[in-house]
Design a protein around this ligand. Structure first.
Ligand SMILES: [Zn+2]
Length: 354
């Protein structure tokens, strides 16, 4: 087991205090301890064994607790967490995972073992498939029957004016592979259905699978959630309600609530219960409705979803923000909204066999 100074290590001085690291792991030390910390970091720019570190500390009159604190704050890294500096797609991703306190090497392997089914290839589908594609997953399955329109180009950043009229799944696949030529991608030029999900689940039944839905219709959410629960496939809904980017609840079979538990999201194939005149007017108003899809609400929702997917694949279920919750952030004010969705032991969809 060796130790080495992490690429995350930084130092600075202010008001006779030393500042080590940045972000949530940043900490302050006295000037004397700052110099000692820098000496250890400098010594470990080349990897050393634990015994060599102890000898160095003794020789330089440095308390071992200074070394331990550097390790605890990710400024010194142990061999199993060490990320090789390489000009490849994974180097910066792994470093980011290390900054989160996660094992970047183990997480990269989880991505390599997982098939991601992306239902809906619009704004959020572009961002999320780009993020997942950069992590070299086992496979990506893209489902969307839409063709590219000019009004998509304000946020669907992997499409250009030359792509207008083409199927989104075709152009997305081409652009993802151009960024990572090791990707295996299947595309389905159709809207999500029980049948297409069933076929994909059958093909992937020996592999870990995660379904990500970014469609904007209740019927897509309803049938995707039901198919996932029935086949015991984990599932995350990523979307936005005008100016609120919202994700969850993150369904993990046997562990967390599904979107139908306690009818918390009021999902129903027919959500209207008004009398005739209201129903007619409501249909007319809703037919006129357009989602205000823009960069901020789409990119924020995709980032929130990706953050929870990383914790899910790290098996840190207690750190998933949307576990047993619908979790929203106002895309203008950053205000947080949380709707608790506890597991419903009588849920018609997910309580079978319990
Ligand atoms: Zn349920």
């Amino acid at each position: 087991m060796f130790y080495k100074t992490s690429y995350l290590a930084t130092g600075g001085c202010s008001n006779h205090q030393g500042i080590l690291g940045v972000g949530t792991k940043q900490y302050f030390v006295s000037e004397a301890d700052y110099l000692k910390s820098l000496k250890i970091l400098d010594f470990l720019l080349n990897k050393k064994t634990y015994d060599e570190v102890i000898k160095f500390c003794e020789k330089n009159n440095i308390n071992k607790s200074i070394f331990d604190t550097l390790v605890e704050h990710n400024l010194i890294v142990k061999e199993n967490l060490y990320v090789e500096k390489k000009d490849d797609l994974n180097f910066k991703n792994k470093l980011y995972f290390h900054a989160l306190g996660l094992n970047g090497n183990a997480l990269a392997k989880e991505f390599a073992d997982t098939t991601f089914v992306i239902v809906g290839c619009g704004g959020i589908g572009n961002f999320i498939s780009f993020a997942i594609g950069s992590l070299s997953p086992r496979k990506i399955e893209l489902i969307d029957g839409d063709k590219i329109e000019k009004s998509n180009l304000n946020r669907q950043f992997l499409f250009t004016e030359n792509d207008i009229g083409k199927y989104k799944v075709d152009v997305l696949k081409k652009n993802l592979v151009e960024r990572n030529n090791k990707l295996s991608i299947s595309e389905y030029k159709e809207y999500v259905s029980k049948e297409v999900l069933h076929n994909i689940f059958e093909q992937n039944k020996k592999n870990k699978t995660l379904v990500i839905l970014s469609g904007d219709s209740f019927s897509a959410l309803s049938l995707t959630a039901k198919a996932c629960v029935k086949s015991e496939i984990p599932f995350l809904n990523i979307g936005y309600l005008n100016d609120i980017s919202a994700i969850g609840p993150f369904y993990i079979p046997g562990i967390s609530s599904c979107p139908f538990c306690h009818n918390a999201l009021s999902i129903s194939d027919d959500i209207s219960s008004g009398h005739n005149e209201s129903k007619i007017l409501e249909d007319r108003i809703n037919a006129n409705n357009e989602a205000p899809s823009s960069f901020t609400n789409n990119a924020l929702a995709a980032s929130m979803g990706m953050a929870d997917i990383i914790e899910f694949l790290s098996h840190n279920y207690e750190r998933i923000n949307s576990l047993n919750k619908r979790f929203g952030i106002n895309s203008a004010t950053f205000e947080k909204y949380v709707l608790e969705v506890n597991r419903d032991r009588k849920c018609e969809i997910c309580s079978h066999g319990e």
